[in-house]
Design a protein around this ligand. Structure first.
Ligand code: G3H
Ligand code: ZN
Length: 284
């Protein structure tokens, strides 16, 4: 089926009080393996193209791969720009057929983040593309980009931002971090609840740094309003571990199959965890 936009799948998630995974893709095999995992679980999937893939010239290639995968599936598939670095980059992705773009203005002063995000929303919404924005730079390193901001977003900043920006989704920093956690992460669920309960039209909330979060932490975050969870590191590690497990073989397709199976195992577990309410399995 044709690609859908981010708002459509996050509305689906909101209705069911679940979350949808956004998996970063870096090559064809990772993308195809993730699509197979979504097919096995019969759930929507968000393919995220990040700055590492873009920096190595894969924007158009990966957009073509995802469009082909979506055309061969009956599942809702989103093609999403992750951590968009500029207004111009979001336009380039929209031009390439992305149905969702993130503009990451979190390193900017609030007023500048608002001004830039408003621009991106105006352009994207004019052509039916969804927008994710970010408040409170998420610590850790992602695709070689290190963020070191306050570990948590301020409630007043969120209130100011969502009154000014008609964003479809908002990535919030509530104690989450990019990459594998060095110590057990403690998400500020009280802050998440306050954000959810703001007297405003609160956009869908996004949790970055999904790798390494325990099942209980995920379930608590989802039951308190997280609707999109980004996962990159665990998928990349599963891919590499799969390849290494086939190190003794000289057959390229043995390597590819090992990496694929390793990704599918990790991705299916994430899909099931994110999209299953505590008491039932919500199917499409
Ligand atoms: O933007 C991508 C995600 O936030 C990935 O985070 O590598 O910790 O799973 P992660
Ligand atoms: Zn992220």
């Amino acid at each position: 089926m044709p690609l859908v936009n981010l708002k459509e799948v996050l509305d689906w998630a909101e209705e069911r009080n679940v979350a949808v995974p956004a998996f970063n893709i870096d090559n064809i095999d990772i993308a195809q393996s993730l699509m197979m995992a979504a097919e096995e679980e019969r759930k929507p999937i968000i393919f995220a193209v990040g700055q590492g893939a873009i920096r190595t010239g894969r924007l158009e290639l990966l957009a073509g791969v995802v469009k082909t995968l979506a055309a061969g599936s009956s599942l809702p598939v989103v093609l999403h720009l992750d951590h968009g670095a500029s207004f111009e980059q979001t336009l380039a992705c929209i031009r390439a057929g992305f149905t969702s773009v993130m503009f990451d203005g979190s390193p900017l002063p609030l007023a500048e983040n608002i001004a830039q995000s408003v621009l991106v929303v105006r352009a994207a919404h004019a052509v039916g593309v969804s927008v994710e924005t970010e408040l409170g730079a998420i610590p850790g390193v992602e695709d070689g980009i290190a963020h070191s901001g306050p570990a948590k977003v301020s409630l007043s900043d969120v209130e100011t931002f969502i009154h000014a920006v008609d964003t479809d989704a908002l990535a919030v920093s509530i104690g989450n971090a990019h990459g594998m956690y060095k110590t057990a992460p403690k998400l500020d669920i009280e802050l998440l609840q306050k954000i959810r309960n703001l007297n405003a039209e609160v956009p869908h909330l996004v949790l970055h740094g999904g790798s390494g979060l325990g099942d209980g932490v995920i379930r608590t975050a989802v039951s308190n309003g997280i609707r999109k969870i980004n996962v990159a590191t665990e998928i990349r590690l599963a891919y590499l571990e799969g390849l290494h497990s086939a190190a003794g073989s000289q057959d390229i397709y043995t390597h590819i199959a090992a990496a694929r199976n390793s990704i599918i195992e990790v991705a299916r577990a994430k899909i099931l965890l994110f999209t299953t309410k505590a008491d039932e399995r919500g199917n499409l």
